[in-house]
Design a protein around this ligand. Structure first.
Ligand code: ADP
Ligand code: MG
Length: 710
């Protein structure tokens, strides 16, 4: 499970501890069960378990020729002329093998006693390995070998090497796969005419070729996965993904939601109250959301906008429409700091309009919480803001119409689903049809998702993008600075504070140890406090009690705290417009999107902002390149695109790993053209060929489609 989900869901019950104290029973796991562990449950699973690489056992060389080959894999065949266990310099098995042309030594530093019998003098063996010229002549250390009869035929195809779990031998896998392939129904899921149009290879020959390629195959294309056989696999896989996402979308549209058509008093008064005018982009996405909310099937829209683009006010106006239409709205944020900040801001907007806003968080005092829960249940609270405490069973809504999830990639799929399922209060006499009704859902994310990813992972969502920042922002200047110039940086912090600016100082990410990370934050706080005695230096980190955090954050918002030393808890959403200098220590340890998020905490006001990325040298090539990207652009989409080029898609996926789990073969960084092809094909098939859709999904997803019904 990726780390970000783990963080959001808290501690998982450990299955290990359940066995503690019991004697470790040494179960021998059956090979079938080991196959199941690799996800190989049926014949098609086995057929689609494709090799990682191949070994060429199709040719034999004489030992003399092999000796001329330098360090290359070669295969020779000969008869054992000596087999001894030697003890110098350490215990080892030394086997001499000869053919008509010469001799070589096989050397095994680890071996079983039985091998001395297996390799007794006179045994004929086929040996594969790299031939070196040691002190005693030609030798192979730990070669692969096979006992053979004279004249045993050579394979006429390359030998596949499969991804294998612990204790599963290649031989067993090869046999299981070959058996499975002999039993399979190979019918192509796509008709020949379609394959022609799409210029795709047929399914069966593709699979067979990948398992057993002929020796003259373009091996480079196999390894690079650009061979037509691979292209067919990737296409099929992407097609299955697109079909499944589109079907999930259709299923959602078949559900009912309460139409929220009214934009009335609350909406109008809220707009009047705002201290700014909405940007064109905000107006546009708001229109998209408003149109969705009028429907009686649930909206599922992702609102993307770079950090600072002004998503919160859009969320508030969407909530206003739900409230004007007579329903409740809820806004959930991934951290206490962020949720709290939303609550303050939104409550300040809403309360003068006589709209009850409730606050719910895990750290709340019991009495406050009970009160909040009562207001949520009675409907006195029209808008509820909080952390994932909102998804607990004790939270009952009166009539929830709209769910808004901020920084949605921070939540697990299950968490978002849990909130959506809370629509109506079953005890409150909801009509039976309402039990089937789900609220509209608006998800917000500042993690810009490159187009390819959006197309694959979010194919079942509507997407709105705020592509414009509010006016009057001055661009952030980013500098990359060697850590040994720390004193200068501290001086600069001092000067900025004297000018009335506020500063974030972000402590290094230490992934291996949270304790060490806290220690560093505390140390940095102490050092800065000592170096800058005239300034008020605050500290926030993940282990502080929420009230403590709240006090520090509030001090920083008010301007009473000049410098805020922080771990990455401030990464998401925090909005203090007067902060205009950010120092990030060990910037080389952060991911680019994380740096972008952090940096987005400054540049929110009208003052020119600066971000100093300190690094510890020497930097490798990739690290240099990554920091250079940060220096060159502040455009989140550009950063994401370039990050994807460097690192692949892992970082962006967050809560939708379900989609990732479906992709084994396609590589989103290189296969974009195939994604587009698959998307168009999926569209056409869903319209005109439902039988093909069924067949294809059955082949590629089996039971796995459930993951996506979220
Ligand atoms: P994000 O999209 O990162 O969540 P926020 O909603 O926190 O951004 O908005 C960033 C800042 O911009 C806030 O201080 C907010 O009040 C301000 N803001 C939002 N919309 C506008 C606008 N149209 N004009 C001026 N300032 C705006
Ligand atoms: Mg935000």
């Amino acid at each position: 499970m990726p780390a970000n989900t783990k963080k959001a869901t808290g501690k998982m019950p450990s299955t290990k501890s359940a066995n503690k104290g019991k004697p470790a029973a040494r179960e021998s796991i059956k090979p079938e069960n080991k196959l199941a562990k690799l996800g190989l449950h049926n014949d098609m699973d086995l057929a689609l378990h494709l090799p990682l690489r191949y070994e060429d056992e199709t040719t034999l060389m004489t030992i003399a020729d092999a000796s001329l080959r330098g360090l290359q894999m070669v295969q020779v065949e000969g008869v054992v002329t000596a087999c001894d266990v030697q003890f110098r310099p350490r215990r080892q098995l030394v086997v001499t093998v000869g053919d008509d042309s010469g001799q070589l030594v096989m050397r095994f530093l680890n071996f079983y006693g039985s091998q001395t019998k297996q390799l007794a003098e006179g045994t004929r063996v086929r040996v594969r390995g790299e031939l070196r010229h040691g002190f005693f002549g030609a030798e192979m250390v730990h070669p692969q070998y096979k006992v053979v009869n004279e004249g045993a035929p050579l394979p006429d195809v390359l030998t596949p090497v499969y991804p294998a779990g612990e204790g599963l031998s290649q031989a067993y896998l090869r046999k299981s796969i070959a058996n499975a392939m002999s039993r399979l129904d190979w019918q192509d899921t796509l008709p020949p005419s379609m394959l022609d149009t799409l210029k795709l290879a047929a399914f069966e020959p593709s699979v067979r070729l990948l398992h057993n390629p002929p020796p003259d195959v373009d091996e480079h294309a196999l390894i690079e996965r650009s061979h037509p056989a691979w292209i067919r696999m990737k296409f099929d896989e992407l097609l299955a993904q697109q079909l499944s996402l589109k079907r999930a979308q259709a299923a959602r549209r078949a559900k009912t939601a309460r139409a929220l058509p009214v934009t009335g008093r609350v909406t109008a008064d809220l707009v009047k109250q705002l201290p700014f005018k909405l940007t064109g982009a905000q107006e546009r996405v708001l229109e998209e959301i408003r149109a969705d909310l009028r429907h009686s099937f649930p909206m599922q829209r992702l609102l993307q906008g770079d950090v600072g683009s002004g998503k919160t006010v859009v969320a508030a106006l969407a909530a206003a429409q739900a409230i004007d239409s007579g329903f409740q709205a809820v806004l959930m944020a991934p951290t206490e700091i962020l949720a709290e900040q939303h609550f303050r801001k939104i409550a300040a907007w809403m309360e003068p309009l006589d709209v009850g806003v409730a606050w719910l968080s895990g750290s709340q005092k019991k009495k406050e919480k009970t009160e909040a829960l009562a207001h949520i249940e009675s409907g006195a609270a029209r808008l509820v803001v909080g952390t994932h405490a909102l998804i607990q069973d004790t939270v009952q809504f009166d009539n929830l119409g709209l769910v808004i999830v901020d920084e949605q990639h921070r939540f697990g799929v299950g968490q978002r689903l849990a909130l959506r399922n809370k629509s109506f209060n079953p005890a409150g006499g909801a009509a039976p049809d309402e039990a089937q009704t789900v609220p509209h859902q608006l998800m917000m994310s500042a993690t810009p998702i490159p187009r390819t990813l959006a197309m694959t992972y979010y194919a079942d969502l509507e997407v709105s993008v705020i592509d414009e920042l509010p006016p009057g922002r001055s661009p952030i200047v980013t500098r990359v600075i060697d850590q040994n110039r720390r004193d200068e940086v501290i001086e600069r912090v001092h000067a900025a504070a004297l000018e009335g600016k506020q500063i974030y100082w972000v402590c290094p990410l230490i992934e291996e140890s949270e304790a060490l990370q806290l220690q560093t934050a505390t140390d940095t706080h102490a050092t800065l406090s000592a170096a800058l005695p005239g300034l008020n230096i605050g500290l926030v980190h993940g282990r502080m009690k929420p009230v403590e955090k709240q006090i520090v954050m509030e001090g920083f918002s008010r301007g009473a705290v000049h410098v805020l030393v922080a771990t990455t808890v401030i990464e998401v959403g925090v909005d203090v417009p007067n902060a205009s200098l950010m120092v990030i220590e060990h910037a080389e340890r952060f991911g680019l999107s994380q740096l972008h998020q952090l940096r987005g905490r400054v540049g929110r006001g009208s003052a020119a902002s600066v971000c100093l990325l300190m690094y510890q040298g020497p930097l490798g090539g990739t690290a240099k390149e990554r920091l250079a990207i940060m220096r060159e652009t502040t455009d989140g989409f550009e950063i994401a695109r370039r990050d994807l080029d460097i690192r692949g898609p892992g970082e962006f996926l967050g809560a939708r790993q379900s989609g990732e789990a479906m992709l084994r073969f396609a590589d989103l960084a290189t296969d974009q053209w195939l994604v587009e092809k698959a998307r168009d094909t999926a569209q056409a098939l869903l319209q005109h060929a439902p039988d093909i859709v069924e067949r294809h999904l059955a082949r590629w997803l089996g039971g796995r489609e459930d993951y996506l019904k979220v």
